[in-house]
Design a protein around this ligand. Structure first.
Ligand code: FAD
Length: 497
């Protein structure tokens, strides 16, 4: 039977933003909602398949979060240290990491709707657990700003969302259905051309919600927009995020927004596959992240440091550190640790990593192919610059920085003295691109005349929102906020005339 060629709402994509938008549209009264997913069924789900999907949102602390894990043992819950995350905290984090370039109206929209959107996810049936905790003196500490994630990580969340969308809400999904053309103009859209293995057809709808992700898996677009050698980066997530729908929208006259030369780029194992870094089977996220750089130093192939490894907690620096690595000779670098640093690893314990070990730094330099003399000079200078008058406190910004060297290390500066020493070779891994389309706080897509395009809404990575950097775990919350708005407003449009 050939597929229906008309529906109420088309959602483009099969990732978390698309599933949430489809559910929201049906809940708000849309009769027929069709998700068009380019990927085949076994590859469907976009970036969340490779993630542990932490959520950053405004909340009032332990008692409120208790509602997200009612089955959690009370003795464990009492040991958990859950700080309040206020509206101002979230706004300040967004402004600081984006260097105040984030659209203030959209930032407020994200922050002010964050709690309601995550609560909506809980209400529709998503089951949660606390983020990974660190135990100190019997107390369990959670990372700053993001405290919960769905059970089973990204794959678990997608499974739950699919059940809610397809089995409980009547959303239809069509796999291997690539949108290759948008029907309409900069004033109004009314359908798409769908390309399938069997041919092409047109699907018409009064409303279209675009959730087709960023352009990070498109080497040509990376090279064009993200600068020198950006085409060589590893892609941490889905290979299907190739940006063609984004291009269609720009051609239609949609206004670009966000940082078009910027992207979420983090340090990753040099041996990571070119695309789709494997996720850990227990839902704790991506297996090739190299996020423990704050407990050592990072040098390039010339043996030189090139960024402040202790600027802030990794949640506020990891998404820009990949860019710093990409800009080094050959686009690679080495994270160096002594035994003190290795003992402090938070991320690196969980999975095997590419690593070289040697009893002395000189031998380590030879093993990784870096000239020993400059590397030893770098370590000597670093060791001599580490402050000794400040206590080392790995869980907080301790101010134990360096003095008199550049780049400085602002916190957690401990001399590298206890062998054997290790080097972890890394490169840049791209998570998602920051350049996208302009939306308003109703998730309506805006054209270059600054008017909403009738019938067109967007959510997820295709929205242009971030600049320079990103506070960890904001993407999923943004998805929930804008998908809910898009689904509801698309349905409201159907009722208008
Ligand atoms: C390794 C990793 C870890 C992450 N960890 C976190 C985290 O802990 N917390 C957090 O908040 N964020 C995290 N993120 C970021 C965030 O999860 C994603 O960026 C987010 O899932 C984006 O959702 P999306 O639905 O917009 O895009 P995606 O999930 O990427 O989905 C895009 C969909 O569009 C489809 N598509 C593309 N082109 C077409 C077309 N032409 N026609 C039809 N369909 C098309 C794709 O097949 C895909 O299904 C992580 C990302 C990665 C890769």
């Amino acid at each position: 039977m050939s597929p229906a060629t008309r529906c109420d709402v088309i959602v483009i994509g099969g990732g978390s933003a698309a599933l949430e938008a489809g559910i929201a549209a049906r809940q708000a009264g849309a009769g027929s909602v069709v998700l068009l997913e380019k990927a085949p069924q076994h590859e469907s789900g976009g970036n969340a398949q490779f993630s542990h999907v932490g959520f950053r949102f405004v909340h009032s602390g332990a008692q409120e979060l208790r509602q997200f894990f009612p089955a959690l043992d009370e003795t464990i819950f009492r040991r958990m240290q859950i700080p309040v995350y206020t509206r101002q905290d979230f706004i300040d984090d967004l402004n600081r990491v984006t260097q105040s370039r984030i659209d203030p109206v959209l930032a407020e929209c994200l922050v002010d709707n964050s709690n309601a959107a995550v609560t909506w996810m809980r209400d529709i049936g998503i089951v949660w657990e606390p983020e990974k905790m660190t135990e100190v003196d019997g107390k369990l500490y959670l990372p700053g700003g993001h405290h919960i994630h769905p059970i089973g990580g990204g794959p678990g969340m997608l499974q739950q969302l699919r059940d809610i969308a397809f089995n409980k809400s009547g959303v239809e999904i069509r796999y291997e259905s690539r949108v290759r053309m948008m029907h309409g103009n900069e004033r109004k859209v009314d359908g798409v051309r769908v390309s399938t293995p069997d041919g092409e057809y047109d699907l018409a709808a009064r409303a279209i919600i675009v959730c087709s992700g960023g352009f990070q898996a498109n080497t040509a677009m990376r090279a064009r927009y993200l600068g020198a050698n950006a085409d060589l980066m590893k892609v941490r997530g889905s290979k299907h995020n190739t940006g063609e729908v984004l291009h269609m929208l720009l051609d239609l006259g949609v206004r670009p927004a966000g940082h078009w030369q910027g992207a979420h780029m983090s340090p990753i194992d040099l041996k990571a596959p070119d695309v789709e870094t494997p996720a850990m089977s227990d839902g704790r996220g991506n297996s090739m992240n190299r996020y423990d750089y704050q407990f050592g130093i990072t040098v390039n192939a010339l043996g030189e440091r090139f960024f402040d490894e202790g600027e802030a907690k990794h949640a506020y620096t990891y998404a820009k550190t990949g860019r710093a690595v990409l800009q080094q000779p050959g686009g690679i670098a080495y994270q160096l640790y002594d035994q003190t640093g290795i003992d402090l690893f938070r991320h690196g314990r969980d999975y095997p990593a590419t690593m070289v070990e040697a009893p002395t730094l000189a031998e380590l330099a030879v093993k990784i192919g870096v000239e020993p003399e400059p590397l030893l000079r770098t370590v000597e200078n670093f060791n001599a610059a580490c402050r000794t008058d400040v206590a080392f406190m790995p869980g907080e910004l301790d101010g134990k920085g360096t003095r008199g060297i550049g780049p400085r290390k602002s916190n957690w500066a401990m001399p590298l003295t206890r062998g054997p020493f290790r080097a972890y070779p890394i490169t840049a891994g791209i998570t998602f691109s920051f350049g996208g389309v302009q939306v308003d706080p109703q998730a309506r897509v805006i054209n270059t005349n600054l008017q909403p395009v009738e019938g067109l809404f967007a959510s997820g990575d295709i929205i242009g929102l971030f600049f320079h950097n990103y506070p960890s775990c904001t993407g999923q919350t943004r998805n929930a906020v804008f998908s809910l708005l898009a689904g509801r407003n698309a349905s409201a449009l159907l009722k208008r005339n």
